[in-house]
Design a protein. Structure first.
Length: 366
């Protein structure tokens, strides 16, 4: 049995944890085991499902609460877990688990870049460069969600190889293909049958740029409603902002849900004004649902599979409001063949990762 320990922020409904859940669901679990270190104290939406697949979930003290406790708890999990692989998804914050894995002589230590963050002060940029070098020295392998994310964290010379994988996001297409029955039922349940529904799916955190979404809906008339799917640290402040602007009846907080595909079918336009993203798997999901999309021009273009996406700057909402107002709410079709042609099929990607794990763990034990 190959034992892999993933180190993540939480197990909610975000892109990283959804990707890991999807991979693990289709891997050969008789030969490969995924366990998780989680920095969020609350139980995430995917935790129950991962436990049902055989994963152990370890909640550790967040670094902000106690760096010493965080360090000690992660060290004990790695030291006594007998893991073949430690796979960290914390970007720059991967220093601690990678250091402890190297000290425990874990042969395969993966530093996985999921995002790009270039808009920083000179002081922060200097700190980031030091952390990048530390991460590079502590890891044995370097993965990325996109080429942009790879060069940002691993260095300008990084490129995907047989050892350093570009781990393409995969989705279960059948969960996101447009279905009129889903659309009609959910719009009826939400009492939004006659509205033009704008949708955003993402963790409530600063890089997702939720205030920008509130500015957009404020500029639009009452024909429009905004659905926000997800949860996270900044949700209370966004709820307060919505109340302050008296938009309570037009902005709907959905929370985390297993039925993201149904909300995409029910919606008319998808919005992703992120300050930065490593890839943006949610854009692939929205394209599978044949949704017109407006996305930040900071997002890697690798997510552009169809003609449905328009990339816009986030320095002003003007372009976004104008684009939304001009969008034709069209008859929707299946985009399954487009995504399959672009390689977004589960079987091939999962097999590639499974083969990589088996080969490298075998080589490490020789």
């Amino acid at each position: 049995m190959i034992k892999v320990l993933h180190v993540v922020s939480d197990l909610g409904s975000g892109g990283v944890e959804s990707l890991l859940y999807t991979y693990y669901k289709y891997l050969n679990r008789k030969q490969i085991c995924f366990d998780f270190i989680v920095h969020e104290p609350s139980t995430g939406m995917l935790e129950k499902e991962l436990k049902a697949l055989g994963s152990k979930i370890y909640h550790v003290t967040p670094k902000k609460k106690s760096l010493i406790k965080n360090f000690t708890e992660i060290r004990n999990i790695i030291n006594y877990g007998n893991y073949d692989v430690v796979h960290s998804h914390l970007n720059l914050a991967s220093v601690v688990p990678l250091y402890l894995a190297k000290k425990a002589q874990v042969g395969i230590r993966i530093n996985h870049s999921h995002s790009v963050n270039r808009q920083q002060s000179i002081q922060k940029t200097m700190i980031y460069e030091v952390l990048k070098k530390l991460n590079h020295n502590l890891a044995s392998h370097y993965f990325a969600a996109s080429c942009d994310a790879g060069t940002w964290l691993h260095g300008i010379d990084w490129k995907p190889t047989s050892q350093n994988l570009l781990v393409s996001s995969v989705i279960d297409l059948n969960q996101f293909i447009f279905r009129k029955t889903w659309r009609d039922e959910l719009r009826r349940n939400l009492n939004l049958r006659n509205k033009i529904i704008l949708l955003h799916v993402g963790r409530f955190s600063s890089e997702k740029n939720h205030p920008f979404l509130i500015d957009i809906i404020e500029r639009l008339d009452d024909r429009f409603a905004l659905l926000l799917v997800g949860d996270g640290a900044t949700r209370p402040s966004i709820e307060a902002l919505v109340k302050q602007k008296k938009l309570d009846k037009r902005v709907h907080f959905v929370g985390t849900t297993h039925n993201v595909g149904q909300y995409m079918s029910a919606s008319d336009i998808f919005l992703l004004p992120s300050i930065h993203e490593g890839f943006g798997i949610v854009l692939v999901e929205a394209q599978a649902s044949d949704l017109p999309i407006f996305a930040s021009n900071t997002i890697p273009r690798e997510s552009e599979i169809t003609e449905l996406i328009e990339f816009l700057p986030i320095d002003s909402v003007d372009h976004w409001v104008d684009g939304i107002m001009k969008t034709n709410i069209k008859h929707r079709i299946s985009r399954k063949k487009d995504l399959e042609s672009a390689g977004y099929t589960l079987e091939g990607k999962v097999k590639e990762f499974e083969t990589w794990l088996k080969r490298n763990v075998h080589n490490n034990h020789e």
